[in-house]
Design a protein around this ligand. Sequence first.
Ligand SMILES: Nc1nc2c(ncn2[C@@H]2O[C@H](COP(=O)(O)OP(=O)(O)O)[C@@H](O)[C@H]2O)c(=O)[nH]1
Ligand SMILES: [Mg+2]
Length: 461
Amino acid sequence: MSWLDMLQHQTRQLGQRALDQQLRLGITGLSGAGKTAFITSLVHQLCSGDLPEHLPFFEVVQQGRYLGGRLSNEQPLSIPRFAYERNLASLLGNPASWPVSTIGWSQLDLQLRYKPRNRLRASISHHSELHLQIIDYPGEWLLDLPLLRQSYQQWCEFSWQLFRQPHRQALSAPFAKRLAALNLQDASVPQLQQLAAEYAELLTQFRQLAGTYLNQPGRLLVPGELAGAPMLQLLPLLPEQLAQASPLLNKLSEHYSSYCQFVVKPFYKQHFASIDRQVVLVDCLSALNAGHAAMAELQQALALIMQSFQYGPSSLLRRLFQPRISRVLFAATKADHVTPEQHKALTLLLQQLLQQPIKHSHYAAAHSEVMALAAIRASSSGTVRQDGQLQLCISGLQRSDSLLVTLFPGEVPASLPPAELYQQHHFAFPDFLPPAVALQQPLPHVRMDHALQYLLGDKLR
Ligand SMILES: Nc1nc2c(ncn2[C@@H]2O[C@H](COP(=O)(O)OP(=O)(O)O)[C@@H](O)[C@H]2O)c(=O)[nH]1
Ligand SMILES: [Mg+2]
């Protein structure tokens, strides 16, 4: 290489570095909302090459400027890596299956290469790179933020108010009875371990049998790397057990403070504060299937989750962690479980679920957007003729028995249905197996291109 070539090469490299950008994208949602499917699809779309007809609303692809994406091989070995290859192998397997669920957080780093649109940038370098770091973490952990504002006593009162509601009462009654009979003088390790295990079991039952969403502390259901840590030995005593100091009350208050100090705060400091943009996935259709109480709790849980994105000048979050999230995408997932003309209603429903908190967020710092999407479209849509009339329908492989079904799954209410409606009408949106996709094909989706444009479009100019 001559000195002139060398100089040009170095100038290019310097220019390249100046143009390269980094973006940390957080993906969250309560268990089962669709985080794993969303990330796997997002990465697959970005790494499958330039397919304008597949991503019509993703500008960089539409304009023919996208040069491709690849998994970074420089991701630090010390952090848990999102199991992309394993998840993709399940989806592309024969038969295809949904990826297994995960607990805890993980990260995946990508390098996206594109031609800059800006002439000046293009003259410095023939391509630019965006280093995209995707962080997957359970939405349950965001439900812990309010604990920082509460004392152990307040948390106990809040919890038991919730547990005594009709949809939780039957499950919580035996535990209340058990607590009432406790010897509060006994704060030994075996007693705490046993009680915490029973409380974790109760939370699991709430989640699985009563379809609840508001389960605290988040780490009891999704412990991540903290499984077995003594500060997770946490449970709410009955409000009437709080009036007098006792060894058990003292011990639990201590664990509660440690939990706030060593679990909640570090999560916000280490992960949350470094995120630039955030996706919050919400499975509204499963909540509708589960009924009125589930829907009401989903709304309450979302209100708590929203608190993490409201960090005006005087907020607790701002004072503690200085977050910098500038965009939040709220997405109603699994939109392929309904016919396409229902997507509008699904978006409106999610908007309504979120509206209350948005209205109250005087200091909302982040811009937000709401949409309905399917990370992986497992159904195809069409029409059937019924009694001489054309009826919209979808077809897919039913998850329960793997049979191909064609159906109209019903209408999505565009606003929160009143309690009485659930007595007259039972929502029954289906559940499908993943579609069969050929190896070289990109994963079918609904509106992932809109999501990509909102999340990355301006960074790929
Ligand atoms: N039809 C359809 N089902 C989905 C989609 N995303 C998720 N699911 C279903 O929801 C389940 C939970 O999704 P997952 O991504 O594991 O949720 P996570 O717990 O938030 O990571 C999956 O096993 C699928 O059954 C989607 O885009 N379309
Ligand atoms: Mg997951």
